[in-house]
Each structure stands twice: as C-alpha cells, then as structure tokens.
Design a protein around this ligand. Structure first.
Ligand code: KG4
Ligand code: ZN
Length: 353
C-alpha cells in the first residue's frame, strides 16, 4: 500500500510517500524557520499561509522523486493533531481533497504517535514492547509502548517541554531561533566544569519532568555572568548537560521500572548529539538497545505521518464520508490499536480542551 503523508502541524511542511512493502519511497521538507526567526518564535498565521504555498509543490516533488503519479497512491494521511489548528487545517484540507478526488481512503494521524513510530522507517527496527522518550518543542513524555496504539504514559513534563526549554534558554543567551540546534553548537565550545546546573526532579521517585526551574537558574546565571564573552558557551554547556543528565536518569529509571529492553528516542530534541550518545550509554548499561530515527526524521517530517497513516489505513481505518477535522490537543493515551474504531471517533472523546 502506497500512502502519501502530509505534516503541517507547526513550522515545517513535510510530505512523503511510504510503501508498506518497500518502505520510504520519497520525502521532502520545507522549513519555515528563517521566516519565524525574525519574531523569535512561530507566528501561527504566517505558518498557515506558508503551508498553503508549499504543500502542493512538495506533493508534486515527492511523487516525481518516487516516479509515481497520484493514480499510484492507495491512501492519504495527514497530521490531525496536536498542533496549531490553522496550520493543521492546511494539510488536512489538501489530504482530504486529494483523497476525495481519487476516491482514496484518508486518515488523520496523531503527531506524537508518528514521532514514536519514526524509528520503524530505519533498517534497524525496535520490537514491541519498548519505552519511548518523546522530546519535542511541545511535549516531553516517557511512554510504555506495548504495540501501535497501546500507550501507557509513564511520565511527562509538568511545565515546559524539553525543546521549549532549549528554545527559551537559547533566547536568554542571545542565540538565534530555533534554539535547540543553536544551543547545541554553542555548547560544543563550552567548559563543562565552569557551572553545574540542577537536575530537576531527579532526587525523588517518579518519571515526571520539570524544566522551568532550570530556565530560571539559567536566567540568573546569565544576569550574573552573561556579560562576559566566554560565558555564553559555558552556560549553554551547563544547561545542555543538565537536560541530558535529567533525561538520561529518567530513561534509566523507566527501563528498570518496566523491565523492557528497547528505548526509542524521537522528537526534535532527539536530534541532539550529546543526548543521543548519553542514552546509548544508558541503554547499554541496562542491557537494552536504543533506537533513533535518522537526524532528519527526528524533527517534524512527512515520512513519519505516511508510515503511521499506512499502519492505520491497512487495518481498515479511514475517515468517515468526506469529513475531516483537526484537533489542537489530543492525549496520546486516548489512541487505540489500529482497526479498533476509527481514529477520528476515538480522538474526539477526550481531545477537546
Ligand atoms: O519535533 P519537533 O521538530 O517539533 C515539534 O513537534 O515540536 O521539535 C522541535 C524542537 C524545538 O524546540 C527545537 O529547538 C528542538 O526540537 N531541537 C533540538 C535540536 N534540534 C531540534 N533541541 C536540542 N538539540 C538539537 N540538536
Ligand atoms: Zn514534532
């Protein structure tokens, strides 16, 4: 089954074609980062308008790359949520229209489910059950994954998401948006011994996270020392070490608590090389294996949406009639295994704020 996947939940337009037999056939991405950089963060209305400009050219591009036409597709998937409603609507409307025009089944995909399934686009694939660390701009979660659609939330951030903490800290340090990659580059030249930042919530049991105190700690350090030219890299390093350490401690705890032998790391912060190296060590020490998507599939992309959509379409899920919708909030735990009711009906039960 060949499925077109469309991702427009935030500031990246991603489109891809995934084949359930041959794997990923093509994918293309357009990042709006430079446009939002001027404002220091994503401007939702600008994001929606830019998705409108890019989604059809990218669709043509991935079909050309794969040597296919629309007539070769067997289904269409789009990101239904969580995300920015205006941005999501662009992908949803294009996906639904295309499916309608070609009488194809369409399905709305959960963005975080797509992230956590992304390592399955690689040759080395995790087996169920595994623990997933989902670290993006909007979410920080540890999830026990018994199978597709069988998710148990083990812990989550009580305030800022890990990516958000990277972005806000980078801003405090005067680094460009998006903060994560810029902060990682700055940290590479930093002295790890100069500062030691706290590892929030690691001294008590449990798998929840909190990153807002770390942000305050960074702000105070910047105010005290930030004027010195060499402080920026050292502070970036101390912040990154604290986040990596905190995530690593919780991942080790989650592996020990669940007894599972696989750790999947996905979402934009999963592109951080210090985090990747550290979690590899943690998994090894626990006799477990760690799985990541390749760097470009850690951040938002259409490939993961096409994959998640293909799994659900193959199980017979599809949007009823010609309807489509999007949701800003949508708890991951409310999902069901593929084929057990349509995703849309299930999602609605607890999705609305
Ligand atoms: O998954 P993603 O692309 O979009 C969301 O669904 O949120 O994640 C974006 C987040 C941003 O906060 C960005 O700063 C962070 O991932 N990020 C990184 C790195 N690359 C992206 N954080 C730390 N290190 C990186 N190399
Ligand atoms: Zn994402």
């Amino acid at each position: 089954m060949r499925v077109l996947g469309i991702e427009t939940s935030c500031d990246e337009t991603g489109v891809a074609v995934y084949c359930s037999r041959q794997g990923l056939l093509s994918h293309a991405l357009y990042s709006q980062v430079h446009m939002h950089a001027e404002y220091g963060g994503v401007v939702p209305e600008l994001a929606s308008r830019d998705h409108v400009r890019k989604v059809l050219p990218l669709t043509q591009e991935v079909l050309d790359q794969a040597g296919l036409t629309v007539a070769d597709l067997d289904g269409v998937a789009y990101t239904r949520g969580p995300g920015l409603v205006g941005a999501l609507l662009v992908g949803a409307a294009v996906a639904r229209s295309l499916a309608y025009a070609r009488s194809l089944p369409a399905v709305g995909v959960h963005h975080m489910e797509a992230h956590l399934l992304a390592p399955m686009l690689e040759s080395e694939q995790p087996e169920f059950p595994f623990v997933a660390l989902l670290v993006s701009g909007g979410h920080t979660m540890l999830v026990q994954v018994a199978g597709v659609g069988r998710y148990k939330l083990l812990g989550q951030s009580l305030d800022d998401a890990a990516g958000e903490a990277f972005d806000k800290t980078a801003k405090l340090l005067g680094l460009p948006y998006p903060g994560g990659p810029a902060l990682e580059r700055a940290a590479a030249g930093g002295d790890p011994a100069r500062y030691r930042f706290p590892r929030p919530m690691t001294d008590r049991p449990g798998l929840d996270f909190s990153f807002s105190g770390l942000k305050t700690f960074t702000r105070n350090t910047v105010q005290a020392d930030g004027g010195h030219a060499d402080a920026q890299a050292d502070i970036a390093r101390a912040f990154q070490d604290a986040v990596v350490d905190t995530l690593a401690i919780k991942c080790r705890r989650a592996l020990q608590q669940t007894g599972v032998r696989g750790l999947v790391v996905a979402g934009g912060v999963g592109a951080n090389k210090a985090l990747r190296a550290r979690l590899r060590d943690v998994a090894e020490a626990e006799g477990a294996r760690v799985y990541y998507p390749r760097l470009e599939l850690c951040t938002d992309n259409g490939a993961m949406v096409a994959l998640a959509g293909a799994i659900r379409l193959q199980a017979g899920e599809r949007l009823p009639g010609n309807a489509f919708d999007v949701v800003a909030r949508w708890p991951l735990e409310s999902l069901r295994p593929p084929g057990e009711g349509t995703l849309t009906e299930r999602g609605n039960e607890s999705a609305l704020p």
